[in-house]
Design a protein around this ligand. Structure first.
Ligand code: OFO
Length: 175
């Protein structure tokens, strides 16, 4: 295939495109990781948390597709990622909440890095596109932190776990 068919004339620079494609893979991995957390919660009978993580999984997929649409709209080649290394077994619910928060913090750092890269390359258009993600990450981190707080505030034994499950389900139910 001729390169002109792969990449049209575009203002998107290679270094920025590379990071956008990398981010699509990270969002796809997050989506798969959340789905795996949802499955684990389901078999533990934690249906509220299972619902919460399934919804998070869907949102991560949307985040991936938003980048896909931006890259293709800019005339560049979006790379459909391969997803590997998704954990299926977890130590417990608190461990899942910790992993989810760490994942969101790492993603926020990625968007900070990419925004800085865009500024260095004077790609203000992509920097503006990334602003939506930075706003979104504030909310995502807040919810992930709240899950951990709820776990630590409510005694997780017996009825406590049931209360945590109900409270977590409400966190993203209005979105
Ligand atoms: Fe898409 O990473 Fe969080 O929300």
């Amino acid at each position: 295939m001729k390169s002109s068919l792969i990449r049209q004339r575009t203002s998107l620079q290679d270094s920025v495109l590379e990071e956008l494609n990398k981010q699509m893979a990270i969002e796809a991995h997050s989506s798969a990781a959340y789905l795996s957390m949802s499955a684990w919660c389901h078999v533990q009978g934690l249906v509220g948390c299972a619902h919460y993580f399934k919804k998070q999984s869907g949102e991560e997929r949307e985040h991936q597709l938003r980048i896909f649409d931006y890259v293709t709209g800019m005339g560049a080649l979006a790379v459909s990622p391969e997803v590997r290394g998704v954990e299926a077994n977890f130590e417990g619910l608190r461990n899942i909440f910790e992993l989810a928060l760490d994942m969101e913090i790492a993603i926020t750092e990625r968007f900070n890095f990419m925004t800085e890269l865009c500024h260095k390359n004077k790609d203000y258009q992509t920097a503006k596109f990334l602003q939506w993600y930075l706003d979104e990450q504030m909310e995502e981190e807040e919810n992930a932190r709240r899950c951990l707080e709820l776990f630590d505030l409510i005694t997780p034994a017996n009825d406590g776990l049931y209360q945590i499950d109900k409270a977590v389900a409400k966190l993203n139910s209005a979105e």
